[in-house]
Design a protein. Structure first.
Length: 202
C-alpha cells in the first residue's frame, strides 16, 4: 500500500471512529435524561407513550412528556424522527395518553434542555414549559403549554439562550447581541389579557 493510500485509509478510519463517538455521545445525552425518567416516572407512564421519553414533568395526576416518536438515522440516530409531546393521566386506571401532538422534526444537534410544570402565566391554570435546542449555533426555542384534561394549548414560544420563568413574566437573555433578532441582550415579557407581551428590551 502506498503512503498516500495508507494516509487516506487512516483518515477514513479516524472519521469512522469520530462519528461513532459522536453517536455514542448523542445517545448518551438522551439516555441520561431517559434513565432518570425510568427512575422517577412510573413505568406505566413510559409505556403509555409510543416512543422514547426524553423529558417529563408532573402536574397533579398528569404527566407532561416530551418524546421522540421513533429511532432515526444519520450519525446521531435522530434524523428522520420527530419530537412529540403528550399528556398522560394516571388518576384513573388504566394509565392512558389523553392528549398527544407533534412538535417538530428531530435531527442531529437537538437537545432537550429542561421541562417544568407550574402555573406560569396567570397563576390559575396548570401549564408545562420546556426548552428545545435545534443546535448550539442555531439556538433554542422555549414552549409554554396550558395543560389539563385532554388539552394541550400552546400559549407562547420564545427564542433565546436562557429563559427564566416567573409568575406572569418571562425573561429571555442572550449570550451576546449577535445572537438576538434585534441586537438586544435581554427581553422581558408579561402575561396580560391572555397572552405574553414584550414590556422591556435592552
Amino acid at each position: 500500500m502506498s503512503a498516500s493510500r495508507r494516509h487516506d485509509h487512516a483518515v477514513g478510519a479516524t472519521l469512522v471512529r469520530l462519528r461513532g463517538l459522536a453517536l455514542v455521545a448523542a445517545i448518551g445525552c438522551l439516555l441520561a435524561v431517559g434513565s432518570s425518567a425510568a427512575a422517577t416516572v412510573p413505568d406505566d407512564v413510559v409505556n403509555a407513550v409510543h416512543g422514547r421519553v426524553v423529558g417529563w414533568a408532573r402536574s397533579s395526576s398528569d404527566w407532561f412528556v416530551v418524546y421522540l416518536d421513533r429511532s432515526g438515522g444519520d450519525w446521531c440516530g435522530m434524523r428522520g424522527a420527530s419530537w412529540r409531546i403528550a399528556l398522560v393521566e394516571t388518576k384513573q386506571l388504566p394509565v392512558r395518553v389523553t392528549a398527544d401532538r407533534p412538535l417538530t422534526g428531530a435531527g442531529c444537534g437537538n437537545t432537550l434542555a429542561w421541562v417544568r410544570a407550574g402555573r406560569f402565566s396567570d397563576g390559575k391554570h396548570p401549564e408545562a414549559a420546556f426548552m428545545l435546542w435545534s443546535d448550539p449555533a442555531l439556538g433554542a426555542t422555549t414552549y409554554i403549554y396550558r395543560i389539563g384534561g385532554e388539552h394541550l394549548q400552546l400559549l407562547a414560544t420564545f427564542g433565546g439562550d436562557r429563559v427564566t420563568l416567573r409568575r406572569g413574566t418571562v425573561t429571555i437573555s442572550f449570550e451576546n447581541r449577535g445572537r438576538s433578532a434585534h441586537g438586544e441582550i435581554e427581553d422581558v415579557y408579561r402575561f396580560s389579557g391572555g397572552k405574553y407581551t414584550l414590556v422591556h428590551r435592552r
